[in-house]
Design a protein around this ligand. Structure first.
Ligand SMILES: Nc1ncnc2c1ncn2[C@@H]1O[C@H](COP(=O)(O)OP(=O)(O)OP(=O)(O)O)[C@@H](O)[C@H]1O
Ligand SMILES: [Mg+2]
Length: 279
C-alpha cells in the first residue's frame, strides 16, 4: 500500500514535537506585527503521552503531538503502526489508557465521541461509508440535520460546492466513483459542523489513480482556502509534498519523527522503518 520513500540526505529531523505552527518558528524577540499570523496560531489539538494498550499489548505509546490552528499534519507509518488507533483515540471511539487529549484548551481525554463531535471534531474512516441508495444531496442533508444546532456547520449546498460535487447532487451513492464517494464523505463532514478538526483516515485509499489529483485538490482547498485544521493519514508521500505542513511518522505505536514532508522523506530512520517493515 505504501509507496516507497525517495532516498535523500539524512537530516537531523528527530523527535521534535509540540506545537510548531505552519511556517515554523519566528525569531524570538520581534514585535508582534513582524510575525506571520500562522506562527501565533493557537493549538487546536494537543496530545501528551497518549497511549493505548489492549490486553497488555501497547498499540500506541507516549505520543506527543500538537496541531496548530489551520495546520495540515499528515500521519504516515507502516501498516499496523497505529495510525487508525490514534484517530480512534482522538475521535473518542476508544479510550486512552494513558496520556491526555486537549482540544481548544479543553481536556477531552475521557469525553464521549458525540461530545467531541459537538466541539467540531469530525472524521472519515479508512473504508468508505456511504448509503448506496441515497443520493448525494440526501447524504449531505442528513449530515446537516444531525448537526442542526451546531455552530459552524457548512450549508449542504456550500459543502457540495467545496468538494466539487454540486453537479452530482441527484446521483445515488452507488453510482459514484470511489473518488466521488470520498468527496461525499468530506462534504458530510463539513455539513455536520466539524469546523475545528478534520481527521481523514486514508481518504485516497481505493481511489483510482486518475481521480487522486482531483481529490488532492479538494483537500488542499479545504486547507488553503477554507483554513481547515487537518490531520490526515496518507501512505503516498508524494501526495503530501505541497499539501501537508508537517508529517508525523508513527512506527510500532510511537512517534518516530515529525517534520516537513521533504525532511521526513530524507530521514534515514524513516526510510529504515519502512524498509524494515517490507513496505
Ligand atoms: N481493537 C483492537 N484490539 C487489539 N488490537 C488492535 C485493535 N485495533 C488495532 N489493533 C492492533 O493495533 C495495531 C495498529 O493498528 P492500526 O489499525 O491502528 O494500524 P494502522 O497504522 O492504521 O495500519 P494500516 O496502515 O494497515 O491502516 C495493529 O497491530 C492492530 O492489529
Ligand atoms: Mg489504518
Amino acid at each position: 500500500m505504501a509507496d516507497g520513500l525517495t532516498s535523500g540526505t539524512a537530516v537531523p529531523g528527530g523527535h521534535a514535537l509540540g506545537g510548531h505552527a505552519p511556517g515554523g518558528h519566528a525569531p524570538g524577540g520581534h514585535a508582534p506585527e513582524v510575525l506571520a499570523p500562522e506562527v501565533l496560531a493557537p493549538e487546536v489539538l494537543a496530545l501528551t503521552g497518549l497511549s493505548w494498550s489492549v490486553g497488555g499489548s501497547a498499540i500506541l505509546s507516549g505520543v506527543d503531538l500538537a496541531v496548530g490552528e489551520g495546520e495540515f499534519v499528515a500521519v504516515i507509518g507502516p501498516n499496523g503502526a497505529g495510525k487508525t488507533s490514534l484517530f480512534n483515540l482522538i475521535s473518542g471511539l476508544t479510550r486512552a489508557t494513558a496520556g491526555r487529549i486537549v482540544l481548544d484548551g479543553a481536556d477531552i481525554t475521557t469525553e464521549a465521541p458525540h461530545k467531541r463531535a459537538r466541539r467540531g471534531v469530525g472524521r472519515t474512516f479508512q473504508s468508505s461509508s456511504v448509503f448506496p441508495t441515497m443520493t448525494v444531496a440526501e447524504h449531505v442533508a442528513l449530515a446537516q440535520q444531525v448537526a442542526a444546532k451546531r455552530r459552524g456547520r457548512t450549508l449542504a449546498t456550500d459543502a457540495l460546492e467545496h468538494v466539487r460535487l454540486a453537479e452530482k447532487s441527484e446521483v445515488h451513492a452507488c453510482d459514484l466513483s470511489h473518488g466521488d464517494k470520498r468527496k461525499l464523505e468530506l462534504a458530510m463532514l463539513l455539513a455536520s459542523g466539524a469546523e475545528r478538526l478534520l481527521l481523514l483516515d486514508e481518504p485516497m485509499a481505493g481511489v483510482a489513480s486518475g481521480d487522486v489529483p482531483e481529490l488532492v485538490d479538494v483537500i488542499r482547498a479545504l486547507h488553503q482556502d477554507e483554513h481547515r485544521t487537518i490531520l490526515m493519514v496518507e501512505h503516498h508521500m508524494e501526495v503530501l509534498l505541497g499539501l501537508a505542513d508537517r508529517v508525523a511518522v508513527l512506527h510500532h505505536g510511537a512517534l518516530l519523527a515529525i517534520d516537513t514532508p521533504e525532511r521526513v522523506m530524507a530521514d534515514e530512520r524513516v526510510q529504515e522503518a519502512y524498509v524494515g517493515d517490507s513496505l
